[in-house]
Design a protein around this ligand. Sequence first.
Ligand code: RUB
Length: 327
Amino acid sequence: MASEEIIRLAEDIRAMRIRGAAEIGRAAASGLKSYALSSRAPDAPSYIEGFNEVYRLLLNTRPTAVSLANALNYIRHRVAGAYKAGAHTDALRQATIDASDAFVKSSYEAVKRISEFGSKRIRNGDLVMTHCNSSVAISTLIEAKLQGKDFSVIATETRPRFQGRITAKSLSDAGIPVTLIVDSAARYFMPKVDKVVVGSDVVTANGAVVNKIGTSQIALAAKEARVRVYVCAETYKFSPSTMLGELVEIEERSPTEVVPEEEIAALGDVKIANPAFDITPAEMIDAIITERGVIPPQAAILILMEEFGYRIGEEQMGRVFVEEEDR
Ligand code: RUB
């Protein structure tokens, strides 16, 4: 059964107190570890039953970010393997803890590698535009600054949750000059921009990138102004189910994020839509910077094949399961 701590963690992800695809993935991994540490299951089948309950609870917190599913599946794949091999409760507990720790460790290593690769694209004198709050994009820019590069950043405020303010503050605290703008000013500033650097929630099999709503408008403005667009994305943000023809579900969040609850009635019959993410097609992206290297978006399928296996449709897909009933 999910402990109070795990239920609180799931609520923190749902309410975006924990947010950003990388952090969501790590939090999900820590949730399964927390189950392993707190479970009082008397035998292996009841351990697995409780494990699956926590898995489902965490999986359903935010529908778009594949980092969540990939982190959970990375661990479940290993625990299921140990279970099938006849492991008892303590061994299953240890398998969960080890897999969770391994996922978290490799996710931090990926950020470090991406920052090393991505920072090479930043030059002295650059004006870089970023959108929302991507820990990987920020880390890349801070790495460039640490290398002594002299550049400045335009950060969009990112309505309705204003994650751009967090980005602006983090970069400014690192000594990078930052200007915060409203989202609708992106095209106005684009002719002055040298490159766009953003993060990603999902990379699909055809190289499209799902990221915070507004990313595709920025990419469109960048294309018009012939400004390069770089996406920083760890390979656990690549979606194996898109190889099976699945579409990425775009999370629709509460209207009260757009208009405060007490002001909604004054709008009468007006409907409020609040999609959290949008899709930028591969043609609008110059490169995806992964821990495996810098790739053209069209090569996303190669990363997916390598990471998740060729035997599509079968249970075993390399690093993860894709289980239709779960996602
Ligand atoms: C955050 C967002 C970020 C990506 C990548 O959306 O769109 O750009 O998640 O972030 P939200 P990171 O605030 O709705 O979670 O690079 O940190 O994984």
